[in-house]
Design a protein around this ligand. Structure first.
Ligand code: GZL
Length: 346
């Protein structure tokens, strides 16, 4: 009898222990998974409440990949984001403003911390910038500018002084042809119509050469900053007025490189029969300058990644930024070309 009682007691003990253990484990299992979700949420929420470090999320709308300059600009931004530990959401708009608008609306939906845009043209931005402001997301303008009545729609504009670049190109032409008293025929390959660099480089150049009556712009046409269109438009210039052309002013190197092919196919010598001044300062342009086929290149610095990430970090630390951040640049001529070739970072 006594042994039966002991067995029943023992079995009862095992049953109680088993029941307790299975209840505990299942709640632990549930709790652990709940912990995982909670932990994730806690990390996200914590960074809002207690400032724990989590990656800053930057949404960047790049206008396209039309030129060597643009590709160098994109590489600089990707590398600088990596270096800064900033999570970069990058969208390439293939030079389409409506694709830039789509990218910006997706950044707003993703609730990114900061939005940056390299606007393909200056006009048409007011409504979408108001949507960004409505969403409470700070905006940085990079490279080119937007034409808006309310500049409070963006925090800062980081980019070159394109007007000064145009002036530098004009000054080079004046110096190079100072001995000429007869008419000097100039043709101009413009960048993307309505873009800040194209508008400002054209104005800066004209404001400088207008003092010299013998310097005449025979023809100016947009060629969208691309090699192919630069070659095509230069070919049309040559067919219309080949022997009157003494100077080509190209708003970027890619179009100048295309024009060089057109000039050689036409039977003239680039850099000699036609003086060529270009803008950007890509390594390929320096190579042509070293060959004597381009006479001068005005630098336009695409390596804006570090500037952008510094601005994003300072913004997120609550620091104020200047409305305008100008990138430093130089001018190069044939004499400097050889020592620069191969040194260029783009
Ligand atoms: C200038 C940039 C221009 C370059 C071109 O900052 O926007 O666009 O000069 C590029 O090469 O395509």
């Amino acid at each position: 009898m006594r042994s039966k009682l002991l067995i029943i007691l023992f079995l009862g003990m095992i049953l109680i222990l088993y029941t307790f253990d299975s209840v505990h484990n299942s709640s632990t299992r549930f709790t652990s998974s709940e912990d995982k979700t909670a932990a994730k949420n806690v990390v996200n929420h914590t960074d809002q409440d207690q400032g724990l470090v989590r990656p800053i999320v930057l949404g960047f709308s790049q206008l396209g990949s039309e030129s060597a300059w643009r590709n160098a600009n994109t590489i600089s931004i990707r590398e600088a984001a990596e270096e800064a530990g900033i999570e970069l959401h990058f969208e390439d708009a293939d030079q389409s403003q409506s694709k830039q608008f789509e990218a910006i609306r997706s950044f707003i939906k993703q609730k990114v911390d900061v939005i940056a845009i390299a606007p393909v043209i200056e006009s048409g931005w007011e409504p979408i910038l108001k949507e960004i402001k409505q969403a409470g997301i700070p905006l940085i303008i990079l490279d080119r500018l937007v034409n808006v009545s309310d500049s409070s729609l963006y925090v800062t504009y980081i980019g070159s002084d394109f007007y000064e670049e145009g002036r530098k190109a004009g000054k080079y032409v004046i110096d190079k042809l100072s001995s000429k008293k007869e008419i000097v025929g100039i043709v101009e390959l413009g960048g993307t119509e309505g873009s800040t660099p194209s508008i400002a480089r054209g104005k800066g150049f004209r404001d400088v050469i207008k003092e010299h009556e013998n310097l005449k712009i025979l023809k100016s046409q947009a060629a969208d900053f691309t090699f192919a269109q630069g070659k095509q438009v230069m070919k049309s210039f040559l067919n219309k007025m080949g022997n009157e052309i003494n100077v080509l002013y190209s708003h970027n190197d890619d179009m100048a490189l295309g024009a060089i092919e057109a000039i050689e196919e036409f039977g003239l010598r680039p850099g000699k029969d036609i003086i060529i001044v270009s803008v950007d300062g890509t390594n390929k342009a320096f190579e042509k300058m070293a060959e004597g086929k381009i006479n001068s290149v005005v630098e336009c610095n695409p390596l804006l990644g570090p500037n952008l990430m510094q601005a994003v970090n300072e913004l997120m630390q609550g620091r104020s930024l200047p409305k305008r951040i100008v990138t430093p640049e130089s001018v190069f001529t044939e004499t400097m070309a050889l020592e620069e070739v191969g040194k260029r970072k783009y």
